[in-house]
Design a protein around this ligand. Structure first.
Ligand code: SF4
Length: 219
């Protein structure tokens, strides 16, 4: 009986024991560690610099140019698959042909009411977008503010750049964070693609690793 059970488990491992899925979970744990550190870094920077995204703005989420890698969408994909909600979001994204603004953005009825439906699992790009820096042509780190912040909080931005240059302010650096992504999985971090497409690929990868996707498609 014991042998039969071992054979059965080897042939049909419980979904969380499937090797592909276990590898995905390992990457998700590494990503969550990175995401948490980035969150702490961006919040500390914004507070020290006196910067704040305009409430409910969502301009970066609703625009058609938001791009992500498949890798950074994995935590969200795993969370939705495990909660049984992936198919709903996948179908919503499919209705848009996986193009356009981010499918997770909820614009709200009035200006200033926009929000992210999956804020806790949002990808790296969303965590970095408002409050991160990049090296300029001389290799000095500069705050990469969005258009709206540049228009509305210009003096804070100038002070933030002074603080960064003087070493008084720390800011997460986009290029360094991308390198960390590459360290987690260079292949899945290589292509920057429209966010809905990156979500699609991540969900399909999770489904495949659980042996579900092929099953769904064959019926
Ligand atoms: S995942 Fe959330 S924060 Fe990121 S673009 Fe979509 S709605 Fe915006």
């Amino acid at each position: 009986m014991g042998q039969l059970r071992s054979l059965w488990t080897a042939l049909f491992p419980p979904k969380n024991d499937r090797p592909g899925y276990a590898m995905i979970c390992e990457k998700v744990r590494a990503l969550e560690g990175q995401f948490k550190a980035v969150h702490v870094g961006t919040q500390a920077f914004a507070k020290a610099a006196g910067l704040k995204c305009p409430r409910g703005c969502g301009a970066c989420c609703a625009g058609t140019s938001v791009e992500a890698t498949e890798l950074e969408m994995l935590p969200l994909a795993v969370s939705l698959v495990e909660d049984g909600e992936a198919e709903i979001w996948y179908n919503l994204a499919e209705q848009r042909a996986f193009r356009g603004g981010c499918v997770f953005y909820k614009p709200g009825r009035k200006t200033g009411e926009g929000s992210c439906a999956q804020y806790a699992y949002r990808p790296l790009v969303c965590r970095l977008f408002g409050y991160s820096g990049n090296p300029d042509k001389d290799g000095k780190i500069r705050f990469s503010a969005c258009t709206r912040l540049r228009q509305e909080q210009a003096s804070c931005i100038a002070q933030a750049n002074e603080g960064i240059a003087a070493g008084r302010l720390n800011i997460p650096v986009m290029t360094q964070e991308v390198m960390k992504l590459t360290g987690i999985d260079a292949g899945l971090a290589r292509d920057l693609i429209p966010i809905n497409m990156a979500f699609k690929r991540a969900v399909e990868r999770v489904w495949l690793s659980q042996g579900r996707f092929a099953c769904n498609r064959s019926t």
